[in-house]
Design a protein around this ligand. Structure first.
Ligand code: HEM
Length: 726
C-alpha cells in the first residue's frame, strides 16, 4: 500500500500510518487492557464488589465508602444527551478504495490512486425516533460516512433518499419539531403519522417531492445493507488547476435496493426493534461484508442552468438519465465496533469536515448545516474537545493552538499557544496563501444582502410527478397505501384535505386514490393553489420518467445472506429438503430450521433433527422465504399448529417466496391456495409460490427455481394479498 505524503509541515506529532484505523491500531491504543482484578478509577484494587462499607453487618452505610460513591457517581452520569435528530443509529468500520484516479476533477487525495485504501466509519440512522426506538419505522435513513484520509477527516453526511423536505435550513427546527412526538402528550414515537407533521408539510409544498419518497418503500428498507445513500446537496470537486465542477454523491449497494412490506415493518418494530442493527452486525460478524459503490454525477460549472431546475435546491435531484452516475470506488464494511458507546454513539459527523479538492455549493440547506453539527456536538459530547475522542481522531497529524477545555486529552508542550511566535519553532506562520492545504473555491459573489428565496426554488411539484411517473404499478400501490395510512391517523380533516389538494398537483389519479378512504372532499388543485406557501410555478421535466427512481429496477444481489425458514414438525422427511438447503447455502443464503419447540423433532425415519428457532420466537417477518418440506405426518402436524399456519399466511401476505414440497403442499390449503382434496391437492398459481413433488422433479431444478424466486426479493404483484388476514 502506498501513502500520500502530506504537504503541510508537521510539528513532530506522532506520525500515524494511513492504515492506522483500518488495522485498528489507533483505536486499540485506547482499548482497556484485560485485568484480572477490579480496581477503582484510580487503580486501587477492590477486594469486594458486592458489599458497601457499613457500620456493622446490619448497620447503615458509611459516607466514607469512596468505592461505593465512585461507582454510583459514574453510573449516575453514564448517559449523555442523545442526538437531537438521528438518535437511533448503527455503526461499522470499513475501507474505501477508488477504482480510478479522479485527478481530472478533484485533488482529494483519497480519490487519486486505486492502491490507496482509506479507513471509514459509517453510521446509519433513523431520523425521528429516540435512541431506543425501533429500526423499521417509516422514516428517512441517515447514511453518514467518515473517511479518515491523509489530509484530514472527510465526512459525507447523507441520507438514503436523494432529496430533502425543505429548501432552507432555517426551517429545519420547525420540520423536526413537527415530526417529533407532539409536545403535549409525547406521542407518537418515531412516526410521522400524526397531525403536527402533516400540518407542517401540507403548508410547505416544497416538501411534496420528499413526501413521495418517504411514502414509498424507500422509507422501510429490508436492510441497511440494501439501501442507497445520497449526499443530496450539490458539492464542488476542485482539481489541482482550481477548476470546479458540481458533484452529487451516490452510494449504490451491491446487494440491490430492497424494502420490507409495511405490515411487516410495523410488526418487526414490536417483535425485533433491533432488526436492522442485528442484520448489519450479523452480516459483518459472519464475514458477509456489505459493499457500496461510490457514484458521482458531475456537472460542469456554468452548465448547471441546462438542468432545467436549480442545482442548489435540495428538493430536486438530477435524474440519472440526464446525468449518468459514474462509479468511482467501493466501500466495504468489514468490522463491527468494539463498543457501541465509544464508537457509534460518540462519533461526530459534520458536512463541514472537508478535504482539499472538495468544497460546498451555496445550497441554503447545506449552508445552515455547516453551523449546526459542531454546535450541537458541543452539548452532546460535553465540550470543545470531542475531536480527541478516539473514533473522531484523524489518522494524519493535527496541530493548532486551540487549548484547554473540558476533557482535554493531549498534552501540548512548551509555553507557546499562539501564532505567530518566535519562542517556539515558528513554522506554523502562514499568511502567504500558499497553495498547500484547503483552498476555498473563489466563487465570484456580488449581490445585495437579502433575506429571500430565489424564484428558481419556486417549483414544488414537477419532480414529485417525475418520481410518481417512474414507479411500477406495485410501487404506486404502496405509495397510495402509505399516504392513506398516514393521513388516516391525522385527526383534523382540513389537514388531510390539504394533502390531497397538494397531491392533485403531482398527479390527479394519485390524489383521487389517496382521498378515497379519508372521509374528505375530492382533491382540489385550485384550493391548494390558493393557500399560503403555494408557488404558481412549474417547470417541465427534461425526462418524463427515470427508471433509476424505481426500486424494482434496482433489485439484484442474489440470495446472499437471505434468510430461509424450513418449517419442521415430527415426521418430516429430510431427503426432500437436504439438497435444496445445500444449494441455498452454496449460494450464500442462511437456512434455519423452525419448529414448534426448541430441541429436536423426529424425522420420518426416527432420527433427531435439531431445531434453530420456534414459530413464535422467529416469526416469518424475520425471514425472506419459506420452505415447507415433505412428510405426510409433519404436514398434518403443521396444519394443526396455529403459529405454523400463521407463519405461511404472513409470508404469503408479505409477498415472500414460498416453496412447498410433496405433502407440504397441504399447508398451502390454509391459504386457500389449493384446489382438490387431500393428497390430490393442486396449488393454484400465485407469483412466488412454488410447489414441487421432489420424487418427480429433479432436485437441481427445484433448487434453481427456488433460488431464482428468492433473488427477486418479493413478488409484489401477487394476487389476493389484501384478502389474507395475517
Ligand atoms: C440534506 C439534508 C440533511 C441530511 C442528509 C442530514 C443528515 C444527517 C445525518 C446522516 C445525521 C446523523 C449523523 C450521525 O450518524 O451521527 C444528521 C444529524 C444531525 N443533523 Fe442533519 N441532515 C440534513 C439536514 C440538516 C439540517 C438542515 C440541520 C440543521 C440546520 C441538521 C442538523 C443535524 C443535527 C443537529 C444532527 C445531530 C448531529 C449530532 O448530534 O452529532 N441536519 N444529519
Amino acid at each position: 500500500m502506498t501513502s500520500i505524503k502530506r504537504k503541510s509541515a508537521s510539528n513532530g506529532a506522532a506520525q500515524i500510518s494511513d492504515n492506522a484505523k483500518t488495522k485498528q491500531l489507533q483505536l486499540e491504543a485506547f482499548t482497556e487492557p484485560k485485568a484480572p482484578l477490579l480496581t477503582t478509577n484510580q487503580g486501587l484494587q477492590i477486594p469486594d464488589n458486592h458489599n458497601s462499607l457499613k457500620a456493622g453487618p446490619r448497620g447503615p452505610t458509611l459516607l466514607e465508602d469512596f468505592i461505593l460513591r465512585e461507582k454510583i457517581t459514574h453510573f449516575d452520569h453514564e448517559r449523555i444527551p442523545e442526538r437531537a435528530v438521528h438518535a437511533r443509529g448503527s455503526g461499522a468500520h470499513g475501507v474505501f478504495k477508488p477504482y480510478k484516479s479522479m485527478v481530472q476533477y478533484t485533488s482529494a487525495g483519497f480519490l487519486q490512486d486505486p492502491d490507496i485504501e482509506t479507513p471509514v466509519f459509517v453510521r446509519f440512522s433513523t431520523v425521528a425516533g429516540q435512541a431506543g426506538s425501533a429500526d423499521t419505522v417509516r422514516d428517512v435513513r441517515g447514511f453518514a460516512v467518515k473517511f479518515y484520509t491523509q489530509e484530514g477527516n472527510y465526512d459525507l453526511v447523507g441520507n438514503n433518499i436523494p432529496v430533502f423536505f425543505i429548501q432552507d435550513a432555517i426551517k429545519f427546527p420547525d420540520l423536526v419539531h413537527a415530526v417529533k412526538p407532539e409536545p403535549h402528550n409525547g406521542m407518537p414515537q418515531a412516526a410521522s403519522a400524526h397531525d403536527t407533521f402533516w400540518d407542517f408539510v401540507t403548508l410547505m409544498p416544497e416538501s411534496t417531492h420528499m413526501l413521495m419518497w418517504t411514502m414509498s418503500d424507500r422509507a422501510i428498507p429490508r436492510s441497511l445493507r440494501m439501501m442507497e445513500g445520497f449526499g443530496i446537496h450539490a458539492f464542488r470537486f476542485i482539481n489541482a488547476q482550481g477548476v470546479s465542477h458540481f458533484v452529487k454523491f451516490h452510494w449504490k449497494p451491491k446487494l440491490g435496493v430492497h424494502s420490507l412490506a409495511w405490515d411487516e415493518a410495523q410488526k418487526l418494530a414490536g417483535k425485533d426493534a433491533d432488526f436492522h442493527r442485528r442484520d448489519l452486525w450479523e452480516a459483518i460478524d459472519s464475514g458477509n461484508f456489505p459493499e457500496w459503490e461510490l457514484g458521482v454525477q458531475i456537472v460542469d460549472e456554468g452548465k448547471e442552468s441546462e438542468l432545467g431546475f436549480d442545482i442548489l435546491d435540495s428538493t430536486k435531484l438530477i435524474p440519472e438519465s440526464q446525468v449518468p452516475v459514474q462509479l468511482v470506488g467501493k466501500m466495504t464494511l468489514n468490522r463491527n465496533p468494539e463498543n457501541f458507546f465509544a464508537e457509534t454513539e460518540q462519533v461526530a459527523f459534520h458536512p463541514g469536515h472537508l478535504v482539499p479538492g472538495i468544497d460546498f455549493s451555496n445550497d441554503p440547506l447545506l449552508q445552515g448545516r455547516l453551523f449546526s453539527y459542531t454546535d450541537t456536538q458541543l452539548s452532546r459530547l460535553g465540550g470543545a474537545n470531542f475531536h480527541e475522542i478516539p473514533i473522531n481522531r484523524g489518522v494524519c497529524p493535527m496541530h493548532n493552538f486551540q487549548r484547554d477545555g473540558i476533557h482535554r486529552m493531549t498534552i501540548p508542550k512548551g509555553r507557546v499557544a499562539y501564532e505567530p511566535n518566535t519562542l517556539a519553532n515558528g513554522t506554523e506562520f502562514r499568511v502567504d496563501g500558499a497553495a498547500q492545504g484547503f483552498q476555498s473555491y473563489p466563487e465570484q459573489i456580488e449581490s445585495p444582502k437579502i433575506r429571500a428565496r430565489s424564484p428558481s426554488f419556486d417549483d414544488h411539484f414537477s419532480q414529485a410527478t417525475l418520481f410518481w411517473n417512474s414507479q411500477t404499478t406495485a410501487e404506486k400501490d404502496h405509495i397510495v397505501a402509505a399516504f392513506r395510512f398516514e393521513l388516516s391517523k391525522v385527526e383534523v380533516p382540513d389537514i388531510r384535505q390539504r394533502m390531497v389538494d397538494n397531491l392533485a398537483h403531482v398527479d390527479i389519479k394519485l390524489a383521487t386514490r389517496v382521498f378515497a378512504n379519508l372521509g374528505i372532499s375530492p382533491p382540489d388543485a385550485k384550493a391548494a393553489a390558493g393557500r399560503l406557501g403555494f408557488r404558481d410555478y412549474r417547470i417541465t421535466n427534461k425526462v418524463a420518467s427515470d427508471e433509476a427512481l424505481s426500486m424494482l429496477g434496482k433489485s439484484g444481489g442474489g440470495v446472499k445472506t437471505r434468510k430461509i425458514a424450513i418449517l419442521l414438525a415430527d415426521g418430516v422427511e429430510p431427503a426432500t429438503f437436504k439438497p435444496i438447503v445445500q444449494a441455498l447455502t452454496n449460494a450464500g443464503a442462511v437456512c434455519k430450521f423452525v419448529g414448534p419447540h426448541l430441541g429436536t423433532v423426529s424425522t420420518a425415519s426416527g432420527k433427531q433433527l435439531a431445531v434453530d428457532h420456534t414459530f413464535g420466537n422467529m416469526p416469518s417477518i424475520m425471514f425472506d422465504a419459506v420452505l415447507i418440506p415433505g412428510g405426510a405426518q409433519s404436514a398434518t402436524a403443521l396444519c394443526a399448529i396455529g403459529d405454523a399456519v400463521h407463519f405461511v399466511l404472513e409470508a404469503y401476505k408479505h409477498c415472500k417466496t414460498i416453496c412447498a414440497l410433496n405433502e407440504g403442499v397441504k399447508l398451502l390449503a390454509s391459504l386457500g391456495l389449493t384446489a382438490g382434496k387431500n393428497a390430490e391437492q393442486v396449488a393454484l398459481p400465485a407469483a412466488g409460490v412454488l410447489v414441487a413433488d421432489a420424487r418427480k422433479v429433479p432436485e437441481g431444478q427445484i433448487s434453481q427455481d427456488f433460488i431464482a424466486a428468492i433473488a427477486q426479493h418479493r413478488h409484489w404483484d401477487r394476487a389476493n394479498v389484501e384478502a389474507v388476514p395475517a
